[in-house]
Ligand binder design. Sequence first.
Ligand code: ATP
Length: 454
Amino acid sequence: MENLMEKIVSLTKRRGFVFPSSEIYGGFANSYSYGPYGAELKKNIKDLWWKKVVQNRADMVGLDGPILLNPKLWEASGHTEGFNDAMVDCKECKKRYRADHLVEKATGKDLEGQLEEMTKVLKEEKVKCPDCGKSNWTDARNMNMMFKTQMNGFDGDVYLRPETAGAIFIEFKNIIDSMRVKVPFGIAQIGKAFRNEIVAGNFIFRLREFEQMEIEYFVDPEFKWEKMFEEWLEFQEEFAADLGAKKEDLRRYEHPKEKLSHYSKKTVDIEYKFPFGFSELFGLAHRGDFDLKSHSDASGQKLEYFDAQNNRRFTPHILEPTFGLDRSILVTLVSAYTEEKLEDGSERVVMKFPKKLAPVKCAIFPLLKNKPELVGKARELYDALKSQFMCEFDDNGNIGKRYRRQDEIGTPYCVTVDFDTLEDDTVTVRDRDTMEQQRIKIEELEGFLKDNLK
Ligand code: ATP
């Protein structure tokens, strides 16, 4: 399985999905660029999420807030003071680690947040440095994970937002005042977040610059939230299935009561079986009235809701389903990667993306490159379809090679224009998964693709 990650890293670079960033300058701190197919895949995942979460729901609205926000927000939310991870350095080789991760890996103990205990375990149990094998540690200490920057005309530090949620809470009043929303309702946002992770890694799983898709769902404090909490968890599992995740590769992890933030009634992570083990994909937290109350206290603005029907005023409670976009992409890549042995003994690698997420929906080939009548007809077809679907035209190399290339980028359908096409206006449509081919009339092709790409 370890191997699978290497195969995915290699395929996604070779085929234009994910590139290590700044490579010509020797790389840069585990950052990545989404190449042409990766950008398409990412957009398709975002669009699907937005459609399910905003477009299809009368109780949800969207938002697109800024990355740079008034730093008072991060003071009120507790991030300036407490958004810390524990780090520890190996005095021998100078490598830096997450202290809690080292302890957990070596001893199975979850000591998150307990600096002294972590230091004790690392030293007393002589936990070895994964890099040099020695055991000579500094004390574990906290590091704030927010990136600091400066802004013209503003005195003091400004932060790149460490989560998108903050930008949502501070627009609660504007949304209430400008939209006809009624509690219960939710605000959804997709956008970048920045965390100065002590160790980034596992490809696009842990990045310092990443994207989140977050929802703040506002409910009446007297609302019986348990059923809705379960429904959001089911929605998250359903979304993971939309990405291609198999049921058996998903599990729930409920945070034990003693580890919950003081305001949270319940927090559950949806974990996925990545090639490096089960790890958090999405999260769901009941945050009580902590966020609206904190921002209300700190800003002096009332962040309340007036229930006109019952003549009641209250601070709504919040359910927060959060989705990592880069981790979603990784799930899609991991679940799609397939190696198949074919009847003729050869092998193929095929990315079996859910069809609606595939970066390219349809590739159009003229059978032969040197026959202008075939090339012309295939171009015509490409021009007709490209406004409807992400299409590719390819006349390079033999058909077998062109199929292999499209298999590797997960294109559901390849359409070939051959000599029969010139006679009867039919084309060969080859299915990515079954590799079966069928003749379809050109006039029916668009309808066929529409029906089969849902
Ligand atoms: P972890 O325990 O893995 O650090 P977290 O519990 O800190 O994650 P949250 O604060 O709940 O994460 O963030 C919400 C979502 O954002 C996560 O479920 C995850 O999908 C995504 N996410 C968080 N940190 C990163 C990161 N460094 N790189 C990529 N995605 C991330």
